[in-house]
Design a protein around this ligand. Sequence first.
Ligand SMILES: [Zn+2]
Length: 97
Amino acid sequence: MKQTKSHIFNKQRWKIDLNADLPEVCDEEYCGITDHKKKTIKINRRGHTAKELMGSEIHEALHAIYPYLAEDAISRGEKELASWLWKRGYRLMQKES
Ligand SMILES: [Zn+2]
């Protein structure tokens, strides 16, 4: 599977790094950062399950789409969407390199 390195959110191209080294923000649950000035999403997927990665990708995408929403609204959207999509069976087909 081709690794997604960019995506259009809000009519702007965002760079996406799924192998970022983010020791300053990564703990057991949260593992990503959205930079609105640089239009960059960075996620450290190492050591995280596929379900956690899905949550992190949804979380950072919601930040890019809705820059005015507070963290608690983004987190709620992440948890509800990840739970629903996981229950529906959505998964990465193969691990991206
Ligand atoms: Zn956040």
